[in-house]
Design a binder for this molecule. Structure first.
Ligand code: SAH
Length: 450
């Protein structure tokens, strides 16, 4: 019987979904923050639950062979990256294992997966950052939420973000200080400035800044615009987003353009895309091209197909498909993203793609009632996976191929199982590392009707 506050020696064998090391003592699993597979460690059990315990690291007796020096000084506290001390090679192995195990365990599908496609340089890959702003001893701090809390870790630079962020943080802090801008307090719900959101086009080099505020306007807006545009001539858009609600959702629904346009443009797979503040755009553009190439290869279009792109965002996959398909139908429930998708079709002189603003769980069943017959269906849902109504309707549509793009192996496995039971066979499982140094992993799966 293990007890709370006792010290145990444990060999770490695995990682949890949150990136904690897992090791067993007398068959009882302990989750230990700050450890990685291969570590031999002395740990203290802080909290005992029914089937596992939370423990903290007391001493690293023998470090894992996969251990590396973290490139980030904040990695102990910041909730962003979880696996900075695990070598990149070992991270990739871990992700392969996670995908394989999850698809077997939850999906009951025994299919070899293809080795994950990793990055050459697994840093500075993100094109989007959302920094909470807080106060520490009267000074504004900009950074990230601490792991498991809403305390802010003040940071100067984030190694997975574009270097632009480092500079804009400095500029914004100076503006806050000089104009005594009040900072939002989650507890009292008072104060103005809440979040700094940045987007950067890796190919276009365009930049967008969104300032989320609890109110209508910022002090000395004209001066702020001058400061930013003089220091950063690539900034094409500065937007004020109003969020006066007590919520963890970062952005409110209303935007006001402070400078430039209400969007940023980037290029991906030789197509140009405009991206609005509220629209989704994959955060790792280098790996996204690799991911989308996989989608193109798996769909293997010949030219006479109708393709349905469910959860299409700003139309990235749709427009890629439209280059070869006869017709593409995209559906997405963020109105601004659908507007972007329509304009993106025009930007790229694509006339065989149509976009609908609707909930997939409403739109796809309607399409099935209309007896539409797409040959290929691509789905790229959020983390919670596809609604069962969507899967059911896809089965009724009866496409030859389904390509499933997923950022969550658990819901992917659940949905694959559903489709497998309805006569779709998994042909290819291809993980892609879109999120180096974190526990997250993207997958593309090809299924065909048997
Ligand atoms: N395929 C796109 C977007 C994928 S992200 C790309 O690669 O860029 C998932 C998208 O699904 C987001 O744009 C989100 O707004 C949208 N979404 C979430 N729930 C939805 C629903 N119930 N119906 C339609 N779209 C939804």
């Amino acid at each position: 019987m293990l007890k709370e506050q006792e010290i145990y020696t444990v060999t770490i064998e695995d990682l949890t979904h949150q990136g904690e090391g897992v090791g067993k003592v007398e068959g009882f699993p302990l989750f230990v923050q700050g450890t990685i597979p291969g570590d031999l460690a002395k740990v203290r059990m802080d909290k005992k639950r029914k089937n596992f315990g939370h423990a903290s690291l007391v001493e690293l007796i023998k470090p894992s062979e996969d251990r590396v020096e973290s490139v980030c000084p904040y990695h102990h506290h910041c909730g962003g990256c979880q696996t900075l001390t695990l070598s990149y090679e070992a991270q990739l192995k871990y992700k392969d294992k996670k995908v394989r195990d999850t698809i077997q365990r939850i999906g009951k599908i025994n299919k070899e997966i293809r080795p994950i496609l990793g990055m050459k340089e697994p840093y500075r890959y993100r094109n989007k950052a959302q920094f909470p702003i807080g106060l520490e001893e009267g000074e504004a701090v900009i950074g990230f939420f601490q792991r498991g809390s809403h305390d802010i870790v003040s940071i100067d630079d984030c190694k997975i973000q574009h270097p632009f962020n480092k500079e804009i943080i400095k500029t914004l802090k100076k503006y806050i200080r000089e104009n005594k801008v009040s900072i939002y307090n989650e507890k009292t719900e008072k104060g103005l400035l809440r979040h700094l959101v940045t987007k950067v086009g890796f190919q276009s080099e365009e930049q967008m800044i969104i300032l989320v505020i609890n109110g209508e306007s910022l002090p000395k807006e004209k001066e702020l615009i001058d400061r930013i545009t003089q220091a950063f001539p690539r900034v094409k858009s500065i937007v004020i987003n109003k969020n006066t609600k007590k919520t963890n959702v970062i952005m409110g629904s209303k935007n006001r353009v402070l400078y430039g346009q209400e969007y940023m443009v980037d290029t991906l797979c030789n197509l140009e895309f405009q991206i609005s503040p509220h629209a989704f755009y994959q955060v790792n553009p280098i790996q996204t091209e690799i991911l989308y190439e996989q989608v193109v290869e798996m769909t293997a279009l010949e030219g006479n197909e109708t393709v349905l792109d469910v959860y299409c965002g700003i139309g990235t996959i749709s427009l890629l498909m439209a280059r070869t398909a006869e017709k593409v139908i995209g559906v997405e429930n963020v109105e601004a993203a659908v507007q972007d998708a329509k304009i993106n079709a025009k930007r790229n002189h694509i006339t065989n793609a149509e976009f609908h603003a609707a909930d997939a769980e409403v739109f796809i069943p309607e399409l099935a009632l209309q007896k539409a017959k797409p040959e290929v269906v691509v789905v790229d849902p959020p983390r919670k996976g596809c609604d069962e109504a969507v899967l059911e309707a896809i089965v009724t549509l009866s496409p030859q191929k389904i390509v499933y793009v997923s950022c969550n192996p658990s819901t992917l496995a659940r949905d694959l199982k559903y489709l497998d039971n309805k006569g779709y066979q998994v042909e290819i499982i291809q993980p892609v590392d879109l999120f180096p140094n974190t526990v997250h992993v993207e997958c593309v799966v090809l299924m065909s009707r048997v």
